[in-house]
Design a protein around this ligand. Structure first.
Ligand SMILES: [Zn+2]
Length: 72
């Protein structure tokens, strides 16, 4: 029997205009070693670079509010 757990990793999005880069959540479907540094689709639907050494959820003011709400 498989455990149905959803694992998220943190991914850093690109800064847009005057908005600084935000941390997004990416659902992990592959071993994290395979997506190290890759751009993946985030929970909120944008693209961000996966940073495996950063865990999700994150705290602080630079977290994507949509990803935060969707993974809560
Ligand atoms: Zn997001």
């Amino acid at each position: 029997m498989m455990l149905q757990t959803t694992v998220h990793v943190a991914a850093l999005g690109r800064a847009q205009g005057r908005t600084e880069a935000l941390w997004h959540a990416v659902e992990l479907h592959r071993p994290v070693t395979e997506i190290d540094g890759a751009c993946e689709l985030t929970v909120c639907g944008s693209l961000a670079r996966v940073t495996p050494e950063e865990s999700w959820p994150r705290t602080g003011g630079d977290v994507c509010p949509a990803c935060d709400a969707l993974t809560a």
